[in-house]
Design a protein around this ligand. Structure first.
Ligand code: B3K
Ligand code: ZN
Length: 874
């Protein structure tokens, strides 16, 4: 045996994909669980794939203590340990391989592989965590049948869970017991899961469309059973929806969900045994807000939908991640839209794409939805792969229509069920099933960046024709200078002066609303247009692009009222706000006072008072773009001016509409608390009104009264956020009261930590530092860290970017600590630094020097290394 190590992380390229030389068809795992010394025995059936008899078997491994290697029952010495690999040689074409390793779950603070969360054990293997459990072909194109035996102390760990069906169990004489599981579906190692602990269990069952019974089990920490109902309802709704909309039925006899407190992301779709961040399971009206409930529904749905899009058809390699993630996000968005309000869901998703996803496109980590080069795979679970990935699927859905799209899905499963596929396989299935040419459309998979679509229109009164000229151009992104024209579905509608729709006609024929924009420049001419129309464009955000068009205020106000589709009305309102935000940023920079014309205020007043609109939708109409989204409109960001403008516009709207806001606030006072959509929508609008009213003379009284009267967390948090944002005198007492009540409950305290992080007060950072000593806070817990630290660094731009650099120094301290304990969380937190080039010279210097400090850290984790290096070399 020889050992080698190297230090500089290396990149992998999509173009280097090779089939593996060996595959593993079956693996039989035994875990002898112990906090610090867990023994893992892995018995695999290995088969050589190519005809190279000398091929070595290169197994991945990380943080493992190797105990023994045997081949066909004989101790094997022909192996070497090389830089994270176990390389075996002189092997037969087919053999049984047994590897025994020892791991330390308690020392595993990275929360990847097998680790302790609270009192129990759990795993997280995607993307490359299984190699922290045993040496293995830890790549998604190796699909094996798993059998798993778990041995543990019976009193401490009465529940021992893994994927598939429980096939055997028994007691041992030393107080220990064991359970054995078998998963009949071959799967890649990233879908493996193990959980051991003591839980309360919520049980239910579901009868599938073919009449099979499925046992449903949700495992929560003891005492939390009263917070699992909504997750169970969401699970059953997901199962039903996938049958009805996609014709897809669940395939095992049991579906388990375990909620854990220590988890790096939202949840994980392990076959038959989802592991969830407790944030996306636990809720009751006293502890969770309406948006928490919506998050639970979406994430439960998302993980469930992965059973087909991700598990039954998985990814050939990690560059194809969007194959499962973009598609599954599209499916969960459709689920939430079919069950709730489509416009409100669409608005929420579009805000994410236009805000943080477009920001990612502009930064040093910019990548296509199918990346070409990766150092640390965990860095590519991005808004681009997920959210833009979903937009790409949505564009295909728009181009094909529901029926063709579903035919494409069917064909995709016919061709690829039980295999590891590529993004191209998916597009091919859509193309074959529909007969629609997607050749140019495929560029969305390889081209990074946000296309800018500039539109000019002209009305010819003599010929009664209207022409729309569309120019597209994608600016260069990090590492990708040359850009090609894309196939953009461009959804438009024309209105006459009465607000009636003008039917689209060209060359005497009706034309579909969705124009196929494929070239750098194209002109579409419409006939029989009796008068100068108003055009609504990029309806439903039909493509993830930036639209440039010189709308007048009148046209935007017209669309806010007359557009047939609610999304378009909202979008017109956003464009109107954007005009005045831009104008006023310049006004503030020139030292003058922010102004908003009366006609603009009236347009928003009109929306507020429109009784035909869903109150949840009105609340969206009245929501200003975030400071971060606004920052994205500028080459050089003036954080202070943006902060001042958002504050002043909020104040103007509050003052000018005070009477109406108060009237609506009062009229929406609720009786019995309920979770149905209408009740949530009322709370949304009522609390939106409160957020404005907090900036008026009656604000402190209203907020104080709402906090005192609230019987649910939505209203409590709305009062506290209003007090926080408007810095009301009642803030302090509310914060103290809340902390007294909830200190024992970290998940609820996260809301309080978030308010501390986003506190607009001058001394916010000092408060954040003090808050880190709160008994409920721990940097070891990702939820706590995100609630306090990430909300300060990412969502409190005016304070994080303090001129003296104090916010920057704070982030570096945190990153330095997390670099060794939890690199995945560190890598998410570093994001605000990556945008340093968008700030003024002085701030750039300060942030750059923090990045330089990080770059020379001892043992800089791959996760941070990749981002720091790209940011510095951009
Ligand atoms: N597939 C997981 C994400 C895994 C992230 C690994 N760093 C959850 C999801 O997207 O459903
Ligand atoms: Zn997913």
């Amino acid at each position: 045996m020889t050992e080698q190590t190297s230090t500089q992380p290396t990149a992998k390229y999509r173009s280097d994909y090779r089939k593996p030389d060996y595959t593993i068809t079956d693996i039989d795992l035994t875990f002898d669980l112990n906090d610090t010394k867990t023994q893992v025995t892995a018995q695999s059936k290995v088969v050589r794939m190519g005809d190279n008899a000398d091929a070595k078997l290169v197994l991945d491994g990380d943080e493992l203590e190797l105990v023994s290697v045997t081949v066909n029952g004989e101790a094997w010495s022909a192996y070497a340990k090389e830089d994270g690999h176990l390389v075996l040689s002189d092997l037969p074409a087919e053999f049984d391989l047994t590897i025994v390793t020892m791991i330390n779950p308690e020392a595993n603070t990275a929360l990847e592989g097998l680790y302790k969360s609270g009192g129990g054990f759990c795993t997280q293997c995607e993307a490359e965590g299984f190699r922290r459990i045993t040496y293995y072909l830890d790549r998604p194109d190796v699909l094996a049948r798993f059998t798993t035996k778990i041995i543990a102390d019976k009193a401490a760990f009465p529940f021992l869970l893994s994927n598939g069906n429980r096939i055997a169990e028994g007691d041992l004489d030393n107080g220990r017991h064991w359970v054995q599981w078998q998963d009949p579906f071959p799967k890649p190692s990233y879908l493996f899961a193990l959980v051991a602990g003591d839980f309360d269990v919520l049980r239910d069952n579901y009868t599938t469309m073919s009449g099979r019974n499925v046992e449903l089990e949700i495992f929560v920490d003891k005492g939390n059973l009263d917070r699992a109902d909504y997750a169970m309802t969401s699970l059953k709704n997901s199962m039903k929806w996938d049958e009805e909309r996609f014709g897809l039925e669940y395939d095992l006899d049991i579906y388990m969900i375990v909620a854990v407190d220590f988890f790096n992301m939202g949840a994980m779709e392990n076959k038959g045994l989802n592991v969830f961040n407790s944030k996306f399971v636990l809720a009751n009206p006293k502890t969770a807000t309406d948006s928490d409930y919506q998050g639970i529904e979406a994430v439960i749905g998302h993980e469930y939908f992965h059973n087909w899009t991700g598990n039954r058809v998985t990814c050939r390699d990690w560059f194809q991640l969007s194959l499962k993630e973009g598609l599954t996000v599209f499916r969960d968005q459709e689920f939430s839209s079919d069950l709730g309000s489509r416009p409100v869901n669409r608005i929420a998703n579009v805000r994410i794409v236009r805000g943080p996803q477009f920001a990612e496109d502009r930064g040093p980590m910019s990548h296509p939805i199918r990346p070409e080069k990766v150092i640390e795979m965990n860095n590519f679970y991005t808004l681009t792969v997920y959210e833009k990935g979903s937009e790409v699927i949505r564009m295909m859905h728009t181009l094909l229509g529901e029926a063709n799209f579903q035919a494409g899905m069917k064909l995709y499963f016919e061709c690829h069920d039980g295999t590891a596929a590529t993004c191209d396989d998916f597009v091919q299935a859509m193309e074959n099933a529909s007969g629609i040419d997607l050749s140019r459309f495929r560029r969305w998979y390889s081209q990074a960046g946000t296309p800018v679509v500039a539109v000019e229109t002209a009305y010819d009164a003599d010929n009664k024709s209207y022409s729309v000229t569309v120019k597209q151009q994608t600016p260069p992104t990090a590492g990708q200078e040359e850009k090609l024209p894309l196939h953009i579905p461009f959804d438009i509608e024309l209105y006459d002066s009465k607000g009636e729709v003008i039917a689209l006609q060209s060359n005497g024929k009706p034309v579909h609303n969705v124009l196929d924009v494929k070239e750098e420049e194209q002109t579409f001419v419409f006939e029989n247009v009796a008068e100068q129309p108003v055009i609504s464009m990029l309806r439903e955000f039909s493509a993830p692009v930036i639209l440039e068009y010189d709308y007048s205020d009148q046209e935007l106000i017209f669309l806010m009222i007359h557009a047939r589709n609610e999304f378009a009305r909202w979008d017109a309102g956003q464009m109107l706000l954007a005009k005045y935000i831009r104008k006023n940023v310049a006004v503030v920079q020139a030292g003058n006072a922010v102004e908003l014309p009366e006609a603009v205020v009236d347009a928003f007043r009109g929306a507020l008072l429109d009784e035909n609109l869903d109150p949840a939708f009105i609340a969206e109409m009245l929501t200003l773009p975030s400071e971060n989204e606004i920052a994205g409109w500028y080459k050089q960001v003036d954080v202070d001016a943006i902060n001042a403008v958002v504050g002043a516009l909020t104040q103007i709207l509050a003052t000018d509409m005070e009477d109406e806001l108060l009237a609506i606030y009062r009229s929406l006072a609720q009786g019995e608390y309920s979770l149905d959509h209408a009740a949530m929508a009322k709370r949304a609008l009522r609390n939106k009104c409160l957020s404005y009213l907090a900036h008026t003379a009656t604000g402190n009284d209203l907020v104080t009264a709402q906090y005192a009267a609230a019987d649910n967390m939505t209203d409590t948090m709305a009062a506290m956020s209003a007090a926080n944002n408007a810095q009301l005198p009642c803030r302090e007492a509310q914060m103290a009261d809340f902390s007294d009540k909830w200190t024992h409950d970290g998940l609820v305290m996260d809301k309080w930590f978030m308010l501390q992080g986003t506190n607009p007060a001058e001394n916010a950072l000092e408060n954040v530092r003090n808050t880190m000593n709160h008994p409920a806070f721990s940097l070891k817990n990702p939820n706590r860290t995100r609630s306090l630290v990430a909300s300060f660094c990412a969502n409190n731009p005016a304070r994080f970017h303090a001129k003296d650099g104090s916010g920057y120094a704070f982030l570096t301290e945190i990153l330095t600590a997390l670099n060794t304990s939890n690199p995945q969380v560190a890598s998410r937190l570093i994001e605000p630094f990556l945008k340093y080039r968008q700030y003024d010279e002085a701030r750039q210097q300060l942030m750059r020097s923090e990045l330089e400090k990080l770059s020379v850290l001892d043992n800089l984790a791959k996760d941070l290394f990749e981002k720091v290096q790209k940011a510095l070399e951009q």
